[in-house]
Design a protein around this ligand. Structure first.
Ligand SMILES: [Zn+2]
Length: 346
């Protein structure tokens, strides 16, 4: 047998003599068996699956990111729209309020002797109630040149206002500032003496400029404080700046703000704060209003039910009007006593 002949030839010799046969034989060894092919195909399939899965994950992730971005953009746009909408609404409200106060100035003087409790004639957007001679607008007690307190109204300082003041001074103290009560509650009689002494020495016109007629001082309400100093230079102190920045957090407003003199009837008083509660104080302060604007009311003796002319009042007090200018400027301070702040007004 020819095949058997090779068996006797040494192996190295066989390799040299019959290379082709050997190569064929070896190559045949690397051909994959059907099982191996199936296995290989399975591996390839797995790799393809993994790639597809990872591709799907990538797409999903990108979609999620895109969705989040879209949501954020929509949110920002909506918020912008809402803010501008609100701003417009507030502007409209402010306009309406201004119109209301104008209407009131012209047409609706407070009614005389409405001693009966209950609602007076409705004024646009505000409810005015007279309870035992006290006037509440939207539930807030108003005391100014138009609205007075009865002579026998003597509540002392409000406990709520005092508690709020104590909290506020504690906070100021933590910030290294000392706030204290210069003047709190003032009775009708005390205010009468104060006003009368001005009227006697300088005439009613000047007294109206620098003080409040008895019954018309907010100090009689027990809801306000003069803080530290009633000198006009107080506005330049760190204490005054702190007070302006923080008093609303404790329910107080700067009652006679700068630039509102013609509306409040008083010059800017950085020291005079009025308690109205935290929510309302924050609203009034953030909107840059004075209390008269917020409530849609005036502050003028001409509008007051008990308001009489300076001439009449002078006669009633037994003093003179004594105003060399003949003017009737109502602007002045609620708070000036016999001190240099009177002189500082010139
Ligand atoms: Zn005051």
């Amino acid at each position: 047998m020819i095949e058997n002949d090779n068996r006797n030839v040494p192996e190295e010799e066989r390799a040299v003599n019959e290379p082709e046969t050997l190569l064929d034989h070896d190559l045949s060894r690397f051909e994959l068996t059907p099982e191996e092919k199936a296995y290989e195909e399975m591996i390839r399939q797995r790799i393809r699956d993994r790639r597809r899965a990872s591709e799907r994950r990538r797409i999903k992730r990108n979609r999620t990111i895109a969705l989040v971005i879209v949501v954020v953009i929509v949110f920002i746009v909506c918020r912008g729209c809402y803010a501008s909408h609100r701003k417009k609404r507030d502007e409209r409200k402010a306009k309406t309020k201004t119109t209301e106060s104008r209407i009131e100035e012209v047409s609706s003087k407070p009614e005389e002797d409405t001693d009966s409790s209950g609602e007076e004639q409705p004024k646009i957007g505000h409810s005015i109630q007279n309870v035992d001679g006290l006037t509440y607008v939207d539930g807030i007690l108003i005391v100014n040149k138009t609205y007075s307190l009865p002579q026998d109204y003597a509540p002392g300082i409000s406990t709520a206002a005092q508690a709020a003041f104590d909290d506020m001074t504690a906070a100021a103290f933590n910030d290294g500032l000392y706030l204290y009560v210069n003047s709190g509650y003032r009775s009708y009689d005390e205010q009468y003496s104060l006003y009368y002494s001005y009227a006697q020495s300088r005439g009613v016109a000047e007294a109206d400029r620098v003080s409040s007629r008895p019954g018309h001082s907010e100090h009689q309400s027990g809801l306000c404080f003069d803080v530290n100093s009633t000198d006009f230079s107080f506005s330049d102190t760190a204490e005054a700046r702190w007070l302006a920045a923080h008093c609303a957090d404790y329910g107080f407003i700067i009652r006679f703000p700068k630039g509102k003199e013609a509306i409040t009837g008083y010059e800017y008083e950085s020291w005079h704060i009025r308690y109205v509660g935290v929510e309302i104080a924050k609203e009034i302060t953030s909107k840059g209003l004075c209390l008269e604007e917020y409530l849609g009311v005036t502050s003028s003796y001409d509008d007051a039910p008990d308001g009489i002319s300076q001439q009449q009042y002078a006669e009633q007090l037994g003093v003179t009007v004594d105003d060399p200018e003949g003017g009737s400027s109502d602007d002045g301070s609620e708070d000036n006593t016999y001190d240099e702040s009177y002189d500082s007004q010139g």
